[in-house]
Design a protein around this ligand. Structure first.
Ligand SMILES: [Zn+2]
Length: 81
């Protein structure tokens, strides 16, 4: 199991909106809320490369899942099966 990529993007922090923000007129803009984003949140995205004898699988985990997995290794193992 190799951790291939780890990156984050800025997401809208308004309410429950977690959409990625774009740049518009020099400020951060959320297309979903249709308003500028003053306090963006960073969301992490992990991409895990899982390889066994027969197949190669790429698992993409979002921040919430990843922190969940960190709490429970057993959960991670069940994902790998
Ligand atoms: Zn938004």
């Amino acid at each position: 199991m190799n951790l291939l990529k780890r990156w984050y993007y800025l997401a809208c922090g308004s309410g429950k909106c977690k959409k990625s923000v774009t740049r518009k007129d020099g400020q951060l803009w959320c297309d979903t809320c249709n308003k500028p984003v003053s306090y963006p949140r960073s969301r992490f995205r992990l991409q895990v490369d899982v390889m066994d004898a027969t197949a190669q699988t790429v698992i993409v985990m979002w921040e919430e899942t990843a922190s969940e997995l960190r709490r429970s290794r057993r959960c991670l193992m069940s994902l790998m099966r």
